[in-house]
Design a protein around this ligand. Structure first.
Ligand code: DX5
Ligand code: ZN
Length: 240
């Protein structure tokens, strides 16, 4: 049996915004599978970050997919703008959308991969009636709004339960669904996170906290991937 490695999606929330093009090029060169792009609106979460203009600005700097995490309410109006700006994956918090099924369809109709993001206290039940429309499920392992927070341990049993649902769906002939985790992922906990079922890990402060000057991003990325160990191919559908 062949094995794959975990996908790392460095969150540019912890990057140097004054040198964003350089920063995303550096993480791609260091082995990042995706660029995690955190969108905060000072309404759904108490912080304000970046929008489609910044997505469009970084797009020519990298080949890897841009993984847009929308922490906004309402959701729908921003989706076409991000699709146009070069986003490849768009995830949103379902309680921030009036019509979750419609929002998922909208994302896919625009040619992007679609997914829902569940906060630490948000149940997995949100997956129930939209399994066929999901390309990715993102479990928050911190409360959204800020980088550099501590991993919430109850995410581990939740990951196992989400993985079981995805496995049952795939075994019944359903499409592959990625399982991503976001918040507080570090070299000392990534092994248990991946063992619990994650195939994609966001890492913000863990990656961008390393000095890049001496190849620090590459070093930390390799440490994350090797600490995570091999993962079964069933957990790693191909990139969009
Ligand atoms: C939090 C964001 C995360 C954050 C992760 O709301 O969605 O993507 O940047 O940062 P770390 O890895 O530092 O917890
Ligand atoms: Zn995020």
């Amino acid at each position: 049996m062949t094995f794959n490695t975990v996908r790392i999606s460095p969150s540019i929330l912890s990057a140097d915004f004054a040198r964003l093009g350089e920063e995303v090029r550096a993480i791609e060169a260091a082995g990042a599978a995706l660029v995690h792009f955190d969108v905060m609106d000072n309404h759904y979460v108490p912080n304000l970050t970046i929008g489609p203009l910044v997505c469009e600005a970084i797009r020519p700097h990298v080949q890897i997919p841009i993984d847009v995490h929308l922490m906004v309410e309402p959701v729908d109006a921003l989706i076409p703008l991000f699709a146009k700006a070069g986003a490849n994956i768009i995830t949103f918090h379902p309680e921030a959308s009036r019509h979750v099924d419609r929002t998922l369809q909208l994302i896919r109709d625009l040619g992007c991969k679609a997914g829902i993001v569940l906060n630490p206290a948000t149940p997995l039940d949100w997956m129930d009636h939209v399994m066929d429309r999901l390309d990715i499920v993102l479990l928050m392992s911190v409360n959204p709004g800020f980088g550099g927070q501590k991993f919430i341990p109850s995410t581990l049993p939740k990951l196992r339960a989400a993985r079981a649902r995805i496995q049952a769906h795939e075994a019944a002939g359903g499409q592959p669904i990625w399982l991503e985790v976001d918040g507080g992922v570090k070299t000392d906990n990534i092994a248990e996170i991946v063992a619990a079922g994650a195939d994609t890990c966001v890492a913000g402060s863990a990656v961008f906290g390393a000095p890049d000057a001496d190849g620090g991003y590459r070093t930390v990325m390799q440490q994350l991937i090797s600490a995570a160990g091999p993962i079964a191919p069933r957990a790693a559908p191909s990139l969009p």
